[in-house]
Design a protein around this ligand. Structure first.
Ligand code: PMP
Length: 382
């Protein structure tokens, strides 16, 4: 609980709010924040130390505000990972994709503007909206958690939002967004004037690809459409598949116009020289950083199958198909009780998303063994 005395002039809309975040608890098995569970390879650790040692004497100076080397390295990564060639001026990095998203809201949202999301989805989006005084609206997903295209497009036409946010794969459901649906959204948005903006302004479509490297091999990323759509912004991160959550590096891939808009609102020198050095070292070892992704996909397949074979009160569990490194499953009349019982037995998962569901992130083999044993044990008690 926050301890903010009433005589502090806190913004009225923030009164009673709590800081966002999953619990950070010291439990044996943490499967709650969708990290890559495997530590960095020693070769990458050495490379990071070397790069950091190189920049350390220069820490009396501010870092490269435009982080040009990092933007070049990220462009090279996207070329390799998604087959799309982008200019460094079409890339922008920040402290996690959380900061990328906030910068997008700062540049394109604001008072009198609306952002539209497709729920259930990532629970930070309404907070970016709140913090930038942007109205937050929702178009609900279908029962299988895919986008309800017709309703979403109707909502876009009615609300005339400045930003449309879609998450692929979606958190917490793991649902991927097919390219034909994204193209339909982009085409629809290109005909809708934004409320509260210049007459010629059209909504930007932000695709949050935090978990994209876990998609089925061979399926495209939204970055492949950037050349065709100037209003498409793709937010990505090194926190998940790339196994670099502790370094806090997210990035944006978009038209130069969108990147230049974000450059207006960024803090000067927002990305420290240490972060830039560490990220460059990790990007030089892309294959090692991504070495476990295949294995995590396999863990996801096995875990989904196993969960689908489990019963609760005589009925099989519902398991939502996932293209990510987590699985949403249920449905429990009291999911919080199941969550708490799992936690008490040392396995931290997440009570998030639609009523009755729990989300588990893929861990190491030993962690998943422990998850399975504990869930079986816990479900017997309810
Ligand atoms: N987008 C989604 C959908 C997420 O789930 C997360 C992290 N949970 C983020 C963005 C933010 O990740 P980061 O700031 O570490 O890049």
């Amino acid at each position: 609980m926050s301890a903010i005395p009433a005589d502090l002039p806190l913004r009225t809309d923030l009164v009673g709010e709590e800081p966002y975040g999953a619990p950070q608890l010291d439990v044996p098995v943490c499967l709650n924040v969708n990290e890559n569970p495997y530590p960095l390879d020693q070769e990458v650790v050495e490379a990071i130390c070397q790069r950091v040692r190189q920049v350390a004497p220069g820490l009396n100076r501010y870092p490269d505000r435009e982080h040009e080397d990092l933007r070049r390295a990220l462009a090279a990564y996207l070329k390799k990972e998604s087959g799309t060639s982008l200019q460094p001026q079409q890339i922008w990095a920040a402290n996690g994709s959380n900061e990328i998203m906030l910068q997008l809201f700062q540049a394109f949202g604001g008072p009198g503007r609306t952002a539209l999301g497709c729920d259930p989805t990532y629970s930070m989006y309404p907070e970016y909206a709140r913090d930038t005084f942007t109205d937050w609206e929702l178009a609900h997903r279908l029962p299988d958690f895919s986008l309800d295209m017709d309703t979403t497009i109707e909502r876009i036409k009615a609300l005339r939002p400045a930003m449309v946010l879609v998450t692929s794969p979606n958190n917490p459901t793991g649902t991927p967004l097919p390219m034909d649906q994204l193209t339909r959204l982009l085409e629809a948005c290109s005909k809708v004037p934004v409320a509260g903006a210049d007459q010629s302004a059209r909504p930007i479509v932000v695709v949050d690809e935090a978990y994209i490297e876990f998609r089925d091999p061979g399926t495209p990323s939204a970055v492949s459409l950037i050349g065709q759509y100037d209003h498409l912004a793709v937010s990505r991160t090194m926190s998940k598949a790339f196994a670099f959550a502790g370094a806090r590096v997210g990035y944006l891939a978009a038209s130069r116009g969108i990147v230049d808009a974000v450059r207006i609102v960024r803090m000067p020198y927002h990305l420290s020289a240490l972060t830039q050095a560490a990220a460059l070292a990790a990007l030089e070892h892309t294959d090692l950083q991504l070495a476990r992704v295949d294995q995590l996909r396999q863990t996801r397949r096995q875990t989904a199958e196993w969960l689908a074979g489990q019963k609760f009160h005589g009925r099989p569990l519902t398991v939502v198909p996932s293209a990510s490194n987590f699985i949403l499953f249920g449905i429990f009349p009291d999911r919080d009780a199941v969550f708490e019982a799992m936690k008490d037995e040392g396995v931290l998962i997440r009570a998030v998303g639609p009523q009755g569901y729990l989300r588990v992130c893929m861990g190491t083999g030993a962690e998943m063994d422990r998850f399975r044993q504990t869930l079986v044990h816990v479900l017997k008690r309810f």
